[in-house]
Design a protein around this ligand. Sequence first.
Ligand SMILES: [Zn+2]
Length: 464
Amino acid sequence: MSVNVALNSQLRPRVGHDKFSKPRLLVLATALVSLCGGTIAYATPTALVAARVIDGRSSTLSRATVVVVEGKKIIAMGDRSIIPANADVIELGDATLMPGMINVHEHPLMSSSDYQNAHLATSSAYKALTALAGLQKLLLAGWTGVRVMGDADVGYANQDLRRVIDAGLFLGPRMSGAAHYLSITGGGGDVNYLSPEQTVRPDGLIADGPEEIRKAIRNEIKYGSDWTKLLVTGAFESVGDDPRNVAFSPEELKAAVEESARHRVPVAAHAHATEGIRQAVRAGVRSIEHGTYVDDETLHEMARRGTFLVPTVYLGDYYDQGDQLRAQDKNDEYIKNGRADFLATILRAHQYGVKLAIGLDLGVGIADPSVYANEFVVFVEAGIPPMAAIQAGTRVAAELLRWDDRLGTLEIGKLADIIAVPGNPLVDITALRQVSMVMLDGHVVKRPGVSQPIAGILLAANAP
Ligand SMILES: [Zn+2]
């Protein structure tokens, strides 16, 4: 049996997810559920009305200008004639509706660009609290999903963040990912600038040889990771290693992919050097992170195998702003001699049919969420059509995360993670920096012209 409950759409309770409801409404909903033993059918759908719609799937604008949401899901798309008489209508004017953006490479606990050092300065609990505030700001900037790719934390605060968000205790984007990156001794996840007499715990999980790798992966999964993250080559932002060197051996890569696969956990491989990328692709990783020096032969192999590429290309630009990094010289060299080639590589990857996804490789504790949309801007600078760039941060990103059965596109039956941006982002991609409306799981969490905090949601006091 279902019950019709007329509630303001912003306060509508979700069965099993009450973070949006006032306690009184929660009691009402709980009582109704327990009285009737069934699900609640909501009487008030929400109709989002805009000038245009990007559905994340088609290569042109959708013919729809209205998206109707009931409960958590999209139930109709079309013109104004489909708006139900009882709908809460949100008029967005000259705006474009599109799927919520998904950042597939995030480090929420990083609080400083000097990440190999910064993880030593604050506790795991402090990092969790500051990252929660940052993730909420990221959500309000239009990012409804993130994949964590290791973090500046010896603990598992990022997994606890995911737990409290999933439990509905706090508002935040959907989360997935790896608590830590696995690194060889002396690799990008190790601390390589202290004297041999000093012992500190690096933020990476140091694992050498197939057996240590298996054990590290089992620990990661034990404490919540649903991805394995490997630092397969050296990195740009770390001291003491070289992005052109391969860290893990083919035997170690094979063990990592095998062990992860037995737990149905996919592997993401940080890799810059061609040889490392090739070995990781052949070992069966699901995504290559960065891919700076990938050659055409390997790109073709990635296209054939369906390996995703997450180029995180804006990252280098972000750090081209003065002396921010302990290893600033490596980034400076890349900007001078590598950036133009990398943009050309990304365009060729797109042309060869490699699945490109949007990832920032920043952290909400480092960068303002408004700069996150710059990854789309740089994709377009590389020559990728704006629609393909948008799909890289919506549909393709959802596919990478295996969320594509329910997220990543605006289609009837999909979960309603929807944003609105001013104007037409196909004409001006920078519109993605100014998200005006955010709906998460069918709930409007940001609405144009409404500044009051939404009841039942804990937001940082200075959240936009
Ligand atoms: Zn990263």
